[in-house]
Ligand binder design. Structure first.
Ligand SMILES: CC(C)(COP(=O)(O)OP(=O)(O)OC[C@H]1O[C@@H](n2cnc3c(N)ncnc32)[C@H](O)[C@@H]1OP(=O)(O)O)[C@@H](O)C(=O)NCCC(=O)NCCS
Length: 153
């Protein structure tokens, strides 16, 4: 796998442009600018091979963090980039003294679930019908996953 170059303060415009490539329901530059006005919120873009290829975006309040978004450009998936980016970010969270990470994902998002479970996350809750725009026009459950840093295994 190519080495990852992390852009640690990418700004709202770059985050939004990478987000648009990675997610079906992208967040706008205005969304990112508004969220980044909170000093507890942070984001990285990473470059691999020929340019920006993914992002991670979160809120950290010290002891706990919520992972809002982690995405890889569809043309660069299944090369280990998502796993490498998550590992780097978890190391960063450890270095900040964060003890617990939370995240929410769609129950049908098998790639993301596999990624997170592979890094030690476990499911702690399920919110039935949380998303109104599930497959086939129905609702979709949300899964809440948690990772206690230092207790992975
Ligand atoms: C989830 C996502 C970030 C994975 O990125 P990636 O670079 O393709 O992941 P990796 O190549 O590092 O794979 C890591 C693990 O993820 C899981 N995984 C990734 N793609 C998968 C797929 N298509 N099907 C099943 N599992 C998959 C596997 O467990 C994999 O481990 P393995 O290679 O040992 O089987 C990527 O699919 C993505 O951007 N999805 C859209 C955005 C999203 O849903 N983000 C998560 C919610 S915020």
């Amino acid at each position: 796998m190519a080495s990852l170059e992390i852009i640690r303060n990418p700004g709202a415009a770059l985050l939004a442009s990478v987000d648009a490539a990675c997610f079906d329901q992208p967040w706008s530059e205005e969304d990112y600018a508004s969220l980044l006005s909170n000093p507890a919120v942070g984001g990285w873009v990473f470059s691999a091979e020929d340019g920006p290829a993914g992002l991670v975006f979160w809120q950290c309040t010290g002891e706990e963090a919520e992972l809002y978004r982690l995405g890889i450009d569809p043309g660069k998936r299944r090369r280990g980039h998502g796993s490498a980016l998550l590992a780097l970010w978890l190391d960063y969270m450890r270095s900040c003294g964060t003890g617990r990470i939370w995240l929410e994902l769609r129950a049908g998002n098998e790639p993301a679930r596999g990624l997170y479970v592979g890094h030690g996350f476990r499911q702690v809750a399920r919110r039935g019908g949380y998303y109104p725009d599930g497959p086939g026009g129905g609702r979709e459950d949300a899964l809440i996953l948690e990772l206690a840093l230092g207790q992975e295994g």
